[in-house]
Design a protein around this ligand. Structure first.
Ligand code: NAI
Ligand code: MG
Length: 499
């Protein structure tokens, strides 16, 4: 096997852990033997090598998942599938500290956020462990000489492609409902952050996941993601990531009329009326944008503020943003870590350049000077932003807020909806009538009132418009992995009277 350190020609003394991927119940190298490195974004050092999966590995995994589906998993009782997920949840809870540390080392995010992610991961497995036994069909009210019912059946092999911002949590949001439904899985984690799910895979056998039921193939998008989408045995693709790749996946899946669910990005409005609780509002604007360094699909990165509090709001948000402590995620004092990769840092830095030409900078706007390594970006607030500006229309996926003034409720709604996206939105006001009017007018899949970002595994997650389709979590999440079969049973002993 080639080490990537050698491939990239760097003479580095490697302390990096060596991970393998997980196919058919075994940890294996890729067929081609190639590997790539993953990094700690706060030190820029390689912390692990993982196999660079290719079409050959996807094929092995898809075949294993197909065998596991037909030979067993679809006939395993719902009770047993549920128990498997409950035991998996227990493992996540037992390994919370270790998995959270690994997640922070690989993503850069603050350790407290990783711990929260581990709790959400466990809760998600628990939820679907419970739901597995509640997937019912329906008996239909047809005439007396027939019985008709609708059965729910698993789709088969699910291909799942996830991003790097919430690595283990995204894996749980996808694996949980698929297993509850009776599907088997080939999951491709993001190339930047494959470690936490590979760690958890070490427990798959112990919790009773049979070989082939969950396969993890590591690799990049073109190398491993694309062949997963086009594999003929894969019945459904669930994807979370960029709108651009969402479109690519949909086009490719069309060839086989493969089912697709897409959770793409957003440019979510966070709307502040002048009657909102001011302190909460300022905190809510910062939290809504800067949590997870802004690497959040539902980031409230368009902050809409009513004119009569606009000036005061920008000043207060600016003062508070200056107090956000940046640094390595493992230090609990730090509230924002580095971005996940040099590539993402550069992408965000380019938007900062664009923003300087489109609006005024209140705070931040660049790479912080105090670090000699680490892919950091300062928490940045642009104000007097026009909603047509690129920084108001395009997903940045970093700690960048665009503040836009509005006059009244009608204008707030118009600006909020003037985006191709429709993932999330929030409205802050003490007026319950106004709150509900705005909730009803917003074109978004998730709407918060007087908060932004928290979500429960019981509640549906997904977008309107260019933010994708299909819903994750709750009972909606499991629907994405189920087919519906109509069964008609004739009770008329001479049913065919035609001839
Ligand atoms: P991406 O959409 O390229 O990557 C997401 C996942 O898709 C990764 O696992 C990747 O390997 C896979 N992928 C990439 N190309 C593929 C292909 N041709 N076929 C199948 N799978 C493929 O996102 P990327 O490049 O990491 O980030 C770019 C931008 O995307 C970000 O700046 C952000 O705006 C957005 N994004 C949105 C996310 C969300 O949660 N909605 C998550 C990650 C990124
Ligand atoms: Mg990409």
């Amino acid at each position: 096997m080639t080490s990537t350190a050698r491939e990239s020609g760097k003479a580095r003394k490697s302390t990096a852990a060596r991970y393998q991927m997980f196919i058919d119940g075994r940890f294996v190298d890729s067929e081609g033997g190639k590997t790539f490195e993953v990094f700690d974004p706060s030190t820029e050092e390689a912390i692990a090598t993982v196999p660079a999966g290719t079409a050959a590995d996807i094929d092995l995994a898809a075949r294993a998942a197909t065998r596991a589906f037909y030979d067993g998993w679809r006939s395993v009782t719902a009770q047993e599938r549920g128990r498997v997920l409950l035991r998996l949840a227990e493992r996540v809870r037992a390994r919370r500290a270790e998995l959270a540390e690994l997640e922070t080392r690989n993503t850069g995010k603050p350790i407290a956020e990783s711990e929260y992610d581990m709790d959400d991961t466990a809760t998600c497995f628990e939820y679907y462990g419970g739901l597995a036994t509640k997937i019912n069909g329906e008996v239909l009210p047809v005439p007396a000489d027939a019985v008709a019912f609708a059965m729910r059946e698993p789709m088969g092999v699910a291909g799942q492609i996830i991003p790097w911002n919430y690595p283990l949590m995204m894996a749980a949001w996808k694996i949980g409902p698929a297993l509850a439904a009776g599907c088997t899985v080939v999951l491709k984690p993001a190339e930047q952050t494959p470690l936490s799910i590979l760690e958890l895979a070490k427990d798959f056998e112990a919790v009773g996941i049979p070989p082939g039921v969950v396969n993890i193939v590591t690799g990049d998008g073109p190398g491993a993601g694309a062949p997963l989408v086009s594999h003929p045995s894969v019945r459904k693709i669930a994807f979370t990531g960029s709108a651009e790749i969402g479109k690519t996946i949909m086009r490719s899946a069309a060839d086989q009329l493969k089912r697709v669910s897409l959770e793409l990005g957003g440019k979510s409005p966070n709307i502040f009326f002048s009657d909102a609780d001011f302190e909460n509002a300022v905190d809510g604007a910062l939290f809504g944008t800067f949590i997870n360094q802004g690497e959040v699909c539902s980031a409230g990165s368009r902050v809409l503020v009513q004119r009569d509090i606009y000036q005061k709001f920008v000043e207060a948000a600016t003062a508070k943003a200056k107090t956000i402590k940046l640094g390595p995620g493992m230090d609990r004092d730090n509230k924002m870590g580095p971005l996940v990769s040099a590539e993402q840092r550069d992408r965000v830095a380019e938007y900062l350049e664009v923003g300087r030409g489109e609006a005024k900078v209140a705070v931040g706007g660049g790479k912080p000077k105090q670090f000699d390594k680490g892919w950091y970006i300062e928490p940045t607030i642009f104000y007097d932003v026009d909603n047509s500006a690129r920084i108001a229309q395009e997903e940045i996926f970093g700690p960048v807020m665009s503040v836009i003034p509005f006059k009244d409720e009608a204008e707030a709604i118009r600006i909020a909806n003037e985006t191709p996206y429709g993932l999330a939105a929030a409205v802050w006001t003490r007026d319950i009538f106004k709150a509900f009017r705005v909730v009803k007018a917003l074109e978004a899949g998730i709407v918060w009132v007087n908060h932004m970002q928290p979500t429960f595994v019981e509640a549906p997650w997904g977008g309107y418009k260019a933010s994708g389709f299909g819903r994750e979590l709750g009972h909606w999440g499991v629907e994405e992995y189920l087919e519906t079969k109509q069964v008609f049973i004739n009770l008329d002993e001479k049913p065919i009277g035609w001839y």
